[in-house]
Ligand binder design. Structure first.
Ligand code: SF4
Length: 80
């Protein structure tokens, strides 16, 4: 199972709660926004799942999403 964090740049208004709750995954930029907004997804190591969930719950703009995937993305077949 893999877990990733995604930050919606359009929703982020720079409250700073996400990187306060997940300092090992996220950081701030010079303007106080989360530096990883709008960038590629952030891989979440197993030991940091708690921080990822807390960051998602802390964002008042609902800009942080934790994506969990139990199946590998490559080679998956689609129903027709
Ligand atoms: S808590 Fe939400 S609004 Fe604030 S910096 Fe993080 S993503 Fe942006």
């Amino acid at each position: 199972m893999s877990t990733r964090l995604v930050i919606d740049a359009a929703r982020c208004t720079g409250h700073g709660r996400c990187y306060a709750m997940a300092p090992d995954l996220l950081s701030d930029d010079e303007e106080g926004f989360v530096a990883q907004r709008g960038s590629d997804e952030v891989d979440v190591p197993a030991g940091l799942l708690g921080q990822a969930d807390e960051a998602e719950q802390a964002c008042p703009e609902r800009a942080v999403r934790v994506l969990r995937s139990s199946a590998p993305s490559a080679g998956r077949s689609r129903p027709s």
